[in-house]
Design a binder for this molecule. Sequence first.
Ligand SMILES: Nc1nc2c(c(=O)[nH]1)N[C@H]1C(S)=C(S)[C@@H](COP(=O)(O)OP(=O)(O)OC[C@H]3O[C@@H](n4cnc5c(N)ncnc54)[C@H](O)[C@@H]3O)O[C@H]1N2
Ligand code: MOO
Length: 471
Amino acid sequence: MTNRDPRGGDALDREFDEALALAKDPASQGRTAQDSASQDPAQRPGRSSGASGAPGPRGPHRHRPATPWPDARAIAARAPRTSRPSPTTLDGTPVARPLPEALGHVLAAPLTALTDLPSFDTSAMDGWALAGPGPWRLPAADQSVLAGHAEADPLPDGHAIRIATGARVPPGATAVLRTEHGAATGGWLYAAPAHPVSPGQDIRPRGQECRSGDLLLPAGAVITPVILGLAAAAGYDELPTMARPRVEILVLGDELLRQGLPHDGRIRDALGPMLAPWLRALGAEPLATRRLADDAEALYAAVAESPADVVLTTGGTAAGPVDHVHPTLRRLDAELLVDGVAVRPGHPMLLARLAPHKHLVGLPGNPLAAVSGLLTLAEPLLRTLTGRPAPAPCPAPLAAAVHGHPRDTRLVPVVFREDEAFPLRFNGPAMLRGVAVADGLAVIPPGGAERGTEVEMLDLPWSTAWPGPQE
Ligand SMILES: Nc1nc2c(c(=O)[nH]1)N[C@H]1C(S)=C(S)[C@@H](COP(=O)(O)OP(=O)(O)OC[C@H]3O[C@@H](n4cnc5c(N)ncnc54)[C@H](O)[C@@H]3O)O[C@H]1N2
Ligand code: MOO
C-alpha cells in the first residue's frame, strides 16, 4: 500500500545495516528485540495465543518482539491440530477420487493390494514355455500362448510351446527359454549350449511383487503418477484421498495493476499470479484470488464472509495508514498465534485463528517477503491440514559465506551445483529475480554462516504434482 510510510523493503536493508552496526557496538551487544520490548510495555501484546507467546497486533513494528523462525513454523504446523477432530481430513471423511483425478492428492488410508501381483505365473520373456529337461517336442501346428488369454492346456513333460511376454505360463511348465537362446528344427526345440535351462528361469511367479492384502503405501503419501500406476496394477479404480483445505487469497493494495506496464506510481501485482498455483502445489484448493482496494470495510467483509478454511492476505501487515490487517483481526476478535517472525525478509508476517477451523495467514506485501511468509507459515499449516508428512531435513554446505542478521534468521535463494548451495543475488525483500531461478532457500542462522557450513534448506515444491486445472 503505497500511500503510507514509504520505508518499504529498502527500509529493511537500512534497518539491517543499522542492526549490523549495532551488533558491532559493544554497548549494544546482547540486547535483543525481546529485551527492547520487555523494557517498553507499549510493545507488549494485546490478545495473543498462549501457545506462541506472540505479541498482539498493536504498536509500531521496529522493535516488536518477534517469534523465532523455528518456533513460528512449529506453531503453524500445530495450529490446526488444536481445533480439529481428526488429523486426517478436514471433517474426518476421506474423499474417494477416480484415479485420473487423484494425482497430487494425499492418500487418506493405507494402500493395500487388492490382488496378488503378478496375479498368475507369467512369462518374463518372449520364447518357449517348456516342461522338464530338453530337447522338447513342439506342437504340430504353429501354436502360441499369448498375453491376455485364458489359461492354456497343461504342458506335458518334455514338451514346449511358444509363449509371449506377459502370457500365463501353462500348468506343468518348469521354465521359459528366450527366443534368442533356442533353436526349433524338425518339430523339436533345442537350448543353445551356452544357455542351459534352469528350473523357474524367466517365470515371474504369482505374488512375486505382493500378495493380496500386503501394505503397498502408508496413508499420507502424496499421489504421484507412479502411485496411480501402482494403484491401478493393484486393482484400484479410485483412491481414498484427504479433503483439501480451501484457501481464499486476498491481494491488498490500491497500487496494484493486473496488466500492462507500471505507471503513475502503480505497479504490477506479482503475488496474485504466483500464490494460487503455489498453494495448489502445497495441497490446498484455492477458491479464488480476490484483489481488494485499501479499504478496511472491504477487507473486514471479505475475511468475515470467506468460506475458506485458510484466508491468505498479501500486504497490509505493517503499520502504515492503510495497513488494515491488524485492525481487521482485532475487529474479528481473532486469536493471533504468530505476530511477526524473526526472519528476513518477511518479518511482519502473521498467523491468526479466526474460528476453530478457520485460519488467516498474513503475508507481507514485498514479494520475496511474501514467499518467506508462505514457506514459514502457510506451508506448515497446510502440511498439517493436508496430512502430508514433514519433509526430511536436507542440509547442504554453502558454497560462499552468507552475512547474517544479528538476531533474525535469513532465508536466501540458492542454486544447487555439485552438492553445494550457491547463494543468489537479487535477494532483496521486493525482488523475485533471485528466487525465480532458485532450487531452494537456505536458512541462514542469526549471525550468518561461513563458506562450507551445512545449513537447512527449504525446498521449492515444483516437483510436486499440481492437482486440478491452473487458474
Ligand atoms: N513502520 C514500519 N514500516 C514497515 C515495516 C515495519 O516494521 N515498520 N516493515 C517493512 C517490511 S519488512 C515490509 S515486508 C513491509 C510489509 O508491508 P505490508 O505487508 O504492509 O505491505 P504493503 O505496505 O502493502 O506493501 C509493501 C511493498 O510491497 C509492494 N506490494 C504489495 N503487494 C504487492 C503485490 N501483490 N505485488 C507486488 N508488490 C506488492 C507494495 O507496493 C510495497 O512496495 O512493510 C515495511 N514497512
Ligand atoms: O523487508 Mo520485509 O522483511 O520485506 O519483510
